[in-house]
Ligand binder design. Sequence first.
Ligand SMILES: [Zn+2]
Length: 322
Amino acid sequence: MSEEEAIDVFVALRYTETGGEPYCPKCGCQATYRVNRKIKNRRTGEVTRTSRKYTCVDCTHQFSPTSGTIFHGRKLEHRDILFGIALWINGAKGKAALELARQMDINVKSAFVIEQKLREVIGSIQHSVKLKGEVEGDATYVGGYVKPSNFKKHRRDRRRTANLSGKKQAITVLRERNGRTRAFVKTEKQTAQMMRDIVEAGSTLFFDESKAFDGLDALFDVQRINHDGNDVKNYGEAAYARDGVSTNWAESAHSRIKRSQMGVHHHIAGDYLEGYADEMTWREDMRRLSNGEQFLQLVTAGLHHPRSKRMVGKWQRKKEAA
Ligand SMILES: [Zn+2]
């Protein structure tokens, strides 16, 4: 694919509303003219590539197909971005920035920026739906590993709160059976408090015996399964599934997050955890779509997503805009 053809793909997917006809992002005017500028190598004066921009006839605003989208401020060529996205989609357990950088022959920081921008787009795809029907919820924990001491006499009980590092983070997953998944870097209790915004009232919710999910019965039909057998009186005999009550869907979403951590990223805690969690639930939800469909969905959504506040100018240490 030539760079020219790649730009055509960007134009076609960016302006889907007008059938691929560019329009001004400022005034919406469809009368534009194309500006091709030759980009020269500063030292040799040799023309290395041409850039494509559009000028609005009405307000003379100049823009490119990536202006104001997630790819705003791109430095890679269009075809490299498309190539990178295709490679990134291929990883069932995710793809490490270092691996992507090697395959694309670019700097690891550039690869990291592409990945983070894609995760941002995916976050808005995943959280644009309100869940309904049969929805399972459960939390898992990542990060905050405490290494046991060498000598046995120095070892501490690593299950006790006092001996934790304080870096352990909860991911609470809510998942429709045979449907969509949403992950939150929040505890079960915090998630339960915003349940009415996440799940439509009247849905059936499935949880384990965790006390955090108590008190949702007014809005939802809440079903409980007693995993550990802590409270046989209220939640019945200990089991993973009983009479169709289980949280197995939620737990297979956990599984993919964990496999991604073990097999690809090794360390996914900290600031960027939400992005990784969204990425893995998206991969889980879209697993039946072909690579081509996933690619199209992601590029189109990216071109309709506002520019990234976090990643534009990241390595120039620009402060994150509020
Ligand atoms: Zn205009």
